[in-house]
Ligand binder design. Sequence first.
Ligand SMILES: NC(=O)c1ccc[n+]([C@@H]2O[C@H](COP(=O)([O-])OP(=O)(O)OC[C@H]3O[C@@H](n4cnc5c(N)ncnc54)[C@H](O)[C@@H]3O)[C@@H](O)[C@H]2O)c1
Length: 359
Amino acid sequence: MKSVAVDPFFWKDKKVFLTGHTGFKGAWLSLWLASMGAKVTGYALAPDTTPSLFSVLGIGFLIKKSHIADIRDLVSLQKAMSEAKPDVVIHMAAQPLVRYSYANPVETYATNVMGTVHALESTRYIDSVRATVVVTTDKCYENKEWAWGYRENEPMGGYDPYSNSKGCAELVTSAYRQSYFSSPNSINKIASARAGNVIGGGDWSEDRLIPDAIKAFQANVPLIIRNPLATRPWQHVLEPLSGYLILAQALYEQGSAFASGWNFGPHDEDNRSVQEVVDLLISGWGDSARWEKEGSEQPHEANLLKLDCSKARSQLGWIPKWNLQTAVQKIVEWQKAYQAKESMQEVSLAQINHYMSSK
Ligand SMILES: NC(=O)c1ccc[n+]([C@@H]2O[C@H](COP(=O)([O-])OP(=O)(O)OC[C@H]3O[C@@H](n4cnc5c(N)ncnc54)[C@H](O)[C@@H]3O)[C@@H](O)[C@H]2O)c1
């Protein structure tokens, strides 16, 4: 199958309900959707970093409506979604950090599991919705620490509360799909999307490799790395976002054939160690950027994690466009433009346009 691109004509005037729009992926996706003429209603907590990509890009002014509210509040979510009458729902609000989840398991499960129940439950009573994409993660699979990529039909699992909560969110999605959305009369089709570690400009989250690295380089101190040899499926943030958009369009236009789980990961050669990614970033950043290994013992995190994305490639026509080198280059370009106080909406839109025209 030949590669399929995000289709701006499809998204023009589509009503999209996006949870998690104040976060890193959500802000990029809001900008992308708004640039294609979609009418986005966002639902999320206020940004929890200063600065935040949401405020730097002025997302609150760009989209149709921004609800600052909690996904754990079913009544509030139902009200916001029924007012928006969306064509498409993309659910990505979550507590997304592994180490935070060890310290706050109850909050992580409440947000990630019951948040998904609430998002799907809300769509049950709104007859405008024709496509729903639930965003989980590559960490939802039972990790066997093996060299092969996980396929969509492998068992869910998760050692730590975050990964496990996303495995649970997958099970919730599957139960809702079978119980409420599988009859031929149901117009809402539901899929889940499992992507790898995303990187890109404008991520200020705590406890993530690229934001930690940029902070350390700017402060001229060494970056401390917990697990330099751990490999991850690294990808630029626009890669999985393009997967979510292509998947939502396929659900909307072609229905139940696409209502299942989908992996969106990088090409095999971009499953690289933390150390390799940092070395690439250091060579792009220059100055006196450097790293050191963390000395103290750390909570368990998977060492080997890879996705098999043959299904997305062969059935959806989704193929990664930017390799790791380009992704890192785009981060350096974005962060240097931010330091130089350029218009970050323009810089980010230029990156989106470059991505869309890449083969
Ligand atoms: N960043 C990655 O590397 C990565 C990898 C795989 C999957 N994901 C998934 O992608 C999604 C987005 O991640 P991100 O990197 O943008 O994270 P982020 O922390 O930047 O954003 C999370 C979003 O969820 C919202 N949120 C959190 N708790 C909420 C609550 N109780 N009520 C309403 N909104 C709430 C936040 O306000 C924010 O808008 C998440 O589902 C995450 O698990 C991220």
